[in-house]
Design a protein around this ligand. Structure first.
Ligand code: KG4
Ligand code: ZN
Length: 339
């Protein structure tokens, strides 16, 4: 068995994945969640996140090996996220993975976190070009993917990410951390139409997103009418986020004549978004459960794609050793630097 080990510690989850080097099959994908550590604070505490990664990364790797029925000797290549993310958290996974690869004489690749999300739904079987919407807690961007799976950005959020808006509005509604799934759950019990909330950037010509105005509109609504049914407010908020994502996606599909779409990132788990996408004429791919939110397997998949593109896994051995943790890292710059 020949495996690629992928590691993601960009935020508050320790993700270790093992992907078959030859077939791209995900053999294990273990994510150690830190939700319990951060819940008391209502959000991620960066220093606690770094310490927790360090405490659990060895055991998470062992669990992944066990799931894959593999040993350390089966790991033939190693990849880890180097940015963007929390710098202390990134450093733990990146340094750990580099050390493992160096000690075992294996090729190492530093991967951009978004390239991981883009790769998480697997190869585009129906072909390219394809549109890719990344909607997570840290990012919301629309990409066009052309030959060889290289993404180019069409638009991005001007303020909050979609998942971040879910988390912040959940907090306004008094829901527990992490807020996205809790808000989605509450929204199933409400009616979205009776509440006056705007759909962000509704009339725009471009492909950007914006969610902080909508979040403020929810806060104003709550202030003016503290007795507003929370489930209705949650449903209306979720409805407008979904409308904004789906409208932008369908407009881009029309503009570029591309009807193949892949939707990735934590918000791809949202049931209302999935239903709205099904109602369009688009051909939609999504990651398997467990691959939409942050994980290590997607980093291994992205590294595999890059190695396939370059035609070899035997990268110049020093190509990625020097790549340091980068909290701020635009994807286009990273791709230029890697090519
Ligand atoms: O991709 P991800 O695991 O982490 C980042 O890279 O940020 O995404 C996590 C985000 C969180 O903001 C979470 O609230 C959101 O995805 N999320 C959801 C749902 N499940 C997770 N948002 C809406 N509905 C969901 N079902
Ligand atoms: Zn992510």
């Amino acid at each position: 068995m020949k495996l690629i080990l992928g590691v993601d510690t960009s935020c508050d989850d320790t993700g270790v994945g093992l992907v078959d080097l030859e077939t791209g099959e995900v053999r294990a994908n273990v994510v150690a969640s830190q939700d319990d550590v951060h819940a008391a604070f209502g959000g991620v505490v960066p220093e606690r996140a770094s310490r927790e990664h360090l405490a659990v990364i060895d055991a998470t790797f062992d669990r992944a090996l066990e799931r894959a029925g593999a040993t350390r000797d089966d790991v033939h290549a190693v990849a880890a996220t180097y940015g963007p993310g929390l710098v202390g958290a990134l450093l733990v996974g990146l340094t750990w993975a580099k050390a493992f690869a160096w000690a075992r004489g294996r090729p190492f690749r530093a991967v951009h976190h978004l390239e991981g999300h883009v790769a998480s739904a697997g190869p585009p079987e129906a072909g390219v070009p394809e549109l890719c919407l990344v909607a997570s807690g840290g990012h919301t961007s629309l990409f066009r993917i052309d030959a060889q799976g290289v993404p180019s950005e069409l638009g991005r959020t001007r303020d909050d990410a979609a998942g971040e808006a879910f988390d912040k509005v959940a907090r306004l509604l008094g829901l527990p951390f992490p807020g996205g799934p809790a808000l989605a759950d509450l929204a199933t019990k409400g009616q979205p139409d009776g509440i006056d909330l705007p759909t962000p950037l509704k009339g725009q010509d471009g492909f950007d997103f914006s969610f902080s105005g909508l979040k403020t509109a929810v806060a104003v609504h709550l202030e003016r009418d503290p007795n507003v049914p929370r489930a209705d407010l949650a449903a209306a908020f979720e409805d407008r986020v979904v409308a904004s994502l789906v409208n932008t996606l369908t407009r881009a599909a029309e503009r570029f004549g591309i009807d193949r779409v892949v939707v990735v990132g934590g918000v791809a788990a949202n049931a209302r978004l999935r239903a709205a996408l099904e109602a369009t004429d688009l051909t939609v791919r999504m990651p398997l459960p467990g691959l939409a939110t942050d994980n290590g397997a997607m980093i291994a998949l992205a590294a595999r794609n890059a190695w396939l593109r370059s035609g070899t896994i035997a990268l110049p051995i020093d190509a990625d050793w020097s790549r340091d943790a980068s909290p701020y890292l635009p994807l286009d710059e990273a791709l230029r630097a890697a090519s």
